[in-house]
Design a protein around this ligand. Structure first.
Ligand SMILES: [Zn+2]
Length: 423
């Protein structure tokens, strides 16, 4: 078999295209595979698909996968056709995407590497510039989003995640049934989430049954505007509610500790995590001795803790009426506690009671969003941070969007979506 035939076979070059020459340059460590179209081949306009007369041809080059450490270049004079309707157009070639300077297979291998290593590491290993790899990644995401099926989640979660500097956020919408990221928007405003809802069809917005979130006013407002009967569908995640209550207990403890220390009383010293830990996670010895004395004392912190623990047992009702009654009773108790942080937490619960009761009776949580969030932190560490939001957004879609990132021109081996390897 001649060199030409070998390259035609391994690159899957078929009629009307043929490999007409293979040149090696030992000094430059380069292989150039020359491909040409048959002179009588017919080509179509890429806009309308109609076969059109040839206009001229332009020389083009693509980087292909190396041949035994030799940089391998595919070169071809690519015909242009003249369409009456769409003007002069370059025809499609079967080994590369329009506008790319790499073959589809080369891009597919870069995509595989990008799933496991940082952009700069991939650039180094593949002999590319940072911007070239960035371009491959961006095209992969655009391609994946364009070929994605219609997005219509039944249960969705919305969460915010910080981007590089503190106090800069993106909003991430997750499909709670498939656990992939559906949408990434700048900021954490009402508009951030509204933009997601706008791209859904009205029928799909009606099908949404659960929107799990933190008690974040702008997300609540956006959901109320876009989703019919939103107040029966918004779910305030129980872990977020527990965190609010834990923070309140900690405020009570800090204040009380300061007052005790003024009298040289160190009872509360080093007790912070005892009050925040779930009893079932505490070892029996701590629970029965050290912590027993504290929680059965007359400390204000002990009362705050008892309130928090009581709320923790209110997540198991099947009936909306009973759940509402139990949580109302709890808020009334907290209001009478004379502990300001707990009274404040109770007010928050009262103002969000509908969404808390929705969470109780549906059993829905935003845990999938939380797990996506921790994966996003991993992506951030891999990239050593992001210089702009757009790159951050692309990286989230690339690693967590469940998209088919591969170019169709990469051939059969790379057309199926694969999950990110490093998770
Ligand atoms: Zn046309």
């Amino acid at each position: 078999m001649q060199g030409r035939d070998i390259y035609a076979q391994i690159m899957g070059i078929r009629r009307p295209w043929t490999v007409v020459d293979v040149r090696t340059d030992a000094e430059r460590k380069e292989v150039v595979v020359e491909v040409a179209a048959a002179f009588d081949a017919e080509f179509a306009c890429i806009a309308c698909g109609k076969v059109c007369p040839r206009y001229d041809a332009r020389p083009r080059r693509w980087r292909h996968l190396d041949t035994c450490q030799y940089k391998t270049i595919v070169a071809a004079d690519v015909p242009r056709v003249e369409c009456k309707e769409h003007g002069v157009q370059q025809v499609l070639v079967p080994w590369a995407e329009t506008g790319s300077r790499f073959t589809g297979l080369f891009e597919a291998v870069a995509i595989d590497w990008l799933k496991e290593a940082s952009l700069s590491a991939v650039a180094r290993r593949m002999g590319l510039t940072w911007h070239e790899v960035d371009g491959i990644m961006e095209r992969a995401v655009l391609r994946g989003l364009a070929s994605r099926k219609r997005v219509a989640p039944r249960r969705m979660g919305v969460d915010e995640t910080s981007f590089q500097k503190r106090h800069e956020y993106v909003t991430v919408v997750t499909n709670l049934e498939g656990t992939e990221v559906l949408y990434v928007a700048d900021d954490r405003s009402k508009e951030s989430l509204a933009a997601f809802f706008r791209q859904l069809r009205p029928a799909d917005r009606r099908k949404i049954a659960v929107v799990a979130m933190d008690m974040h006013q702008p997300y609540i407002a956006a959901t109320r505007d876009a989703v019919p009967d939103a107040d029966t569908k918004i779910v305030f995640d129980k872990f977020h509610v527990a965190k609010h209550l834990g923070d309140a207990v900690d405020k009570v403890r800090r204040q009380e500790h300061r007052e005790l220390m003024a009298d040289d009383d160190w009872t509360l010293k080093g007790s912070k995590y005892l009050w925040l830990q779930r009893p079932e996670h505490m070892d029996a010895n701590t629970w029965d001795s050290e912590f027993m004395l504290l929680r059965e004392s007359s400390l204000r912190t002990a009362r705050a803790w008892a309130l928090k623990e009581a709320a923790g047992s209110l997540w198991r009702y099947a009936s909306r009426a009973w759940a509402t009654k139990a949580w109302r009773k709890w808020t009334a108790w907290a209001r009478r506690s004379k502990l300001d942080p707990m009274k404040k937490a109770a007010a928050t619960v009262r103002n969000h009671l509908g969404g808390i009761v929705n969470a109780v009776v549906t059993g829905a949580t935003n845990a999938a969003s939380e797990s996506i969030n921790s994966k996003i932190q991993k992506v951030k560490r891999l990239a050593c941070g992001f210089r702009n939001r757009e790159r951050f957004r692309n990286a989230i879609y690339f690693h967590l969007g469940g998209l088919n990132l591969y170019p169709a021109t990469a051939g059969g081996t790379h057309t199926k979506p694969r999950s990110a390897l490093f998770f």
